[in-house]
Design a protein around this ligand. Sequence first.
Ligand SMILES: NC(=O)c1ccc[n+]([C@@H]2O[C@H](COP(=O)([O-])OP(=O)(O)OC[C@H]3O[C@@H](n4cnc5c(N)ncnc54)[C@H](OP(=O)(O)O)[C@@H]3O)[C@@H](O)[C@H]2O)c1
Length: 328
Amino acid sequence: MYHASKQRYEQMQYNRCGKSGLMLPAVSLGLWHNFGDLSDFENMKAMCFTAFDNGITHFDLANNYGPEPGSAESNFGRILAEDLTMFRDELIISTKAGYGMWPGPYGDWGSRKYLIASIDQSLKRMGLDYVDIFYHHRMDPNTPLEETMGALHQIVLSGKALYVGISNYDGPTMERAAAILEDLKCPFVINQNSYNIFNRTIEHNGLKAAASQAGKGIICFSPLAQGMLTNRYIDGIPEDSRIKTSGVFLQEKQVYENLDKIKKLNALAQQRGESLAQLALKWVMKDSDITSVLIGASKPEQILDNLKILEGAGLSAEELKLIDEIAL
Ligand SMILES: NC(=O)c1ccc[n+]([C@@H]2O[C@H](COP(=O)([O-])OP(=O)(O)OC[C@H]3O[C@@H](n4cnc5c(N)ncnc54)[C@H](OP(=O)(O)O)[C@@H]3O)[C@@H](O)[C@H]2O)c1
């Protein structure tokens, strides 16, 4: 039986999510990979317990996380039921809908039909009455934004989510969504976007500036570029790495294209006496616009390594400049 650490709130830093009342841990854990039915259940449990024991109160899911799609929510639901039910009020659990989930025209994108059916399915898989944050997962160019935002609002009104967020939106579309949700008095608090040393899209598409201006939080996914910004691939492609075990979203070609940069960034991290993962996470958290880094992990030790960003100095202006020279 799991006994949560009594020291779990001693090290973590909690950041306010934009101008809302919600505080999120500086490091959050995502269940996109390594929580599907092909992964080891005991390892999933160990990762959730390591996270919670160290103050990671936020667990991020989506309807389609697996494989099979839905299985990450089912496995997390089992962990909740077996060991974490008593901590429900200490947890921020998020899920999303927006990518293809079931066949036919009602299991993808951003219709009211899809979102409202999907939240019901997600709650059932996780054994929950509500999630803390429900996201629309990606922009839908063919559904009126009013319809998608109206569906998020209805999900809150029906008690199935406490807050809403949007993911993979750009700045101008986020501003339009925020205005609609403001009119509805819907608690839109957070944006979820990719952001790391190699991927700075949110600096160019207006999202980072617009979110800050609107008083909304930003949680950054793939802050380690799916493992490229770690020591994982410096000496080759390990058999237990994401590239070998999944190989869909991250491929060997990307590693080889970036290997020279990865090695130089690793040398800089070593000079600072930290891992490349820690340097990469500190880079994402370099300014106060960012609420939380949303990491993934395949083992509990990686979570512990990443939590060391809570210690030690941040990056100096000189180091940030050097990182730009290496990465850009
Ligand atoms: N909204 C969206 O569209 C969207 C899209 C993608 C992700 N997300 C969310 O963001 C979360 C994180 O994404 P991600 O998994 O791509 O994040 P990431 O943190 O960039 O990559 C995680 C991977 O990096 C490696 N790693 C982590 N810590 C390490 C360490 N200290 N040392 C060495 N290797 C380390 C592991 O690779 P190995 O597995 O190879 O060991 C791990 O699986 C997801 O779970 C999901 O919740 C959202």
